[in-house]
Design a protein around this ligand. Structure first.
Ligand code: KE4
Length: 432
């Protein structure tokens, strides 16, 4: 009997009621094939499936769990809300101010903030604010960057010169996607050329300052600074989507690490410690144009939810501790070097890209600096590697277009076990 018999049965049962058996597509394992383990529990950096198999978890709920599963401080904060306060009021609570003050203290470009419930909602709202504040309709995003599933962002690169987007999903009207221009990531010359003709129509440039949704791709030297200059020249707003990088690549996010100040910042994942929390923020002069302070509407029944605020506060208090990011850097370096050595000793050409506690692995002998290069990497090799690692108890993101997420509770033993498994898995890749 398969070592995943209960997962197979549980996933079959899920498919009866849940579309594709999941509540978010990537979890269905379509990019790698096979049945996903159905997870029963997690603690620290390890998770267990319903068959009792244990895995070292390098997904961490896609980024939120930078202090691992069920950190005692997070559990205690949630327990206190449940036992002494209540789970939702739809009214002002001090917990919202508590979390907001922690974000403002950590991210200098944020003076005022609005909490929402997902990264999608946060980027959608930030774009509405940029449009309302500039009086312009068009936005510019980059190929391979993902900002959630709002209509205007489910857009792929247009044909050639036009560069205005076309829908990449049924249900998205051409009229909406035509307002979104799409250019290759890391190509500043193309942005400058685009700006000569279209710059004055652009409300915002929206970018993942470190791209984590085409695999992990770092900004080229000067790229983010160049986007800042373009926005200043065009009169457009620079919006950093730091849903993934916020509190991960540095306490102040990529804007702190690269020293480039956006006009608006989008946060998610870590800011809610695993609960459904996201946010957008920036200078009061911009943010106070959002209702009820200003005319641009945005609302949400469960925004600022006490459970999410409590988990977020506990998590941000942990990341604020002295040495937290130095420890993550140490783990990241050991993981990166271990993967490189394991691949090299098996003669498998790979690229390992890393920014602090987020890491990407590409099966390619050439550097990966944009989506077209990422799409050209060896998918079959990734799938072989992925399944070998899973069988050996290492839980990786099930797509070469995703990112590995490190936590403060991954220790040397976890790195060593992962690298040992990678040595076997790279051997399988070479053999196949
Ligand atoms: P959500 O709406 O899924 O909370 O956030 C959307 C989003 C926005 N911006 C960035 C940079 C993101 O990475 C995301 C979501 N990330 C994916 C991982 N590639 C979440 C996993 C999933 O879609 O299930």
């Amino acid at each position: 009997m398969s070592y995943r018999a209960k997962s197979e049965r549980a996933f079959e049962a899920a498919r009866q009621f849940l579309v594709g058996g999941v509540n978010s597509p990537v979890r269905a394992y379509q990019a790698v094939g096979g049945v996903p383990p159905v997870i029963a529990s997690g603690r620290g950096c390890r998770i267990q499936d319903v068959d009792g198999n244990e895995y070292i978890d390098w997904v961490g709920s896609w980024g939120p769990l930078i202090v691992g599963h069920r950190h005692p401080d997070v559990v205690a904060a949630l327990r206190q809300v449940i036992e002494e306060r209540g789970v939702s009021f739809g009214a002002p609570t001090e917990l919202e101010t508590e979390l907001a003050s922690r974000v403002v203290e950590a991210v200098p470009s944020i003076e005022r903030i609005r909490f929402v419930n997902s990264g999608t909602e946060a980027t959608m709202s930030a774009i509405r604010l940029a449009r309302g504040a500039t009086g312009r309709d068009a936005i510019l995003k980059f190929e391979g960057c993902y900002h959630g599933h709002s209509d205007g962002l489910l857009v792929e690169a247009g044909s050639g010169a036009a560069t205005l987007g076309h829908p990449n999903s049924p249900g998205v009207p051409e009229a909406i996607s035509a307002l979104t221009a799409v250019l290759p990531y890391n190509d500043l010359e193309r942005v400058r050329e685009f700006g000569e003709q279209h710059g004055e129509r652009i409300a915002a440039i929206l970018v993942e300052p470190v791209a984590g949704n085409m695999g992990l791709v770092l900004p080229e030297p000067g790229y983010l600074e160049g986007l800042r200059e373009c926005c200043d020249r065009w009169g457009s707003l620079l919006v950093f989507d730091e849903v993934m990088t916020g509190f991960r690549v540095a306490r102040g996010g990529a804007q702190e690490r690269w020293g480039v100040r956006p006009d608006l910042t989008v946060l998610g994942k870590i800011v809610g410690g695993g609960l459904p929390v996201a946010a957008y923020g920036g200078p009061a002069t911009l943010m106070d144009q959002i209702s009820p302070a200003g005319p641009i509407y945005q609302a949400g029944t469960l925004s600022g939810n006490p459970l999410g605020m409590a988990a977020g506060c506990a998590t941000l208090d942990l990341v604020a501790r002295p040495g937290f990011y130095e420890g993550l850097e140490e783990t990241g370096r050991a993981f990166e070097e271990g993967l490189r050595e394991a691949a090299a000793s098996n003669g498998v050409p790979v690229q390992v890209n890393r920014a602090g506690a987020m890491l990407g692995l590409f099966f390619s002998k050439d550097p990966v600096k944009d989506f077209s290069r990422s799409a050209a990497t060896d998918d079959a090799a990734f799938r072989t590697f992925f399944h070998s690692m899973l069988e050996q108890g290492v839980y990786l993101p099930p797509s070469r277009f995703e990112t590995f997420f490190l936590s403060s509770v991954h220790g040397p033993d976890d790195i060593e076990a992962t690298v040992r498994a990678a040595d076997v898995a790279f051997g399988r890749c070479r053999a196949s």
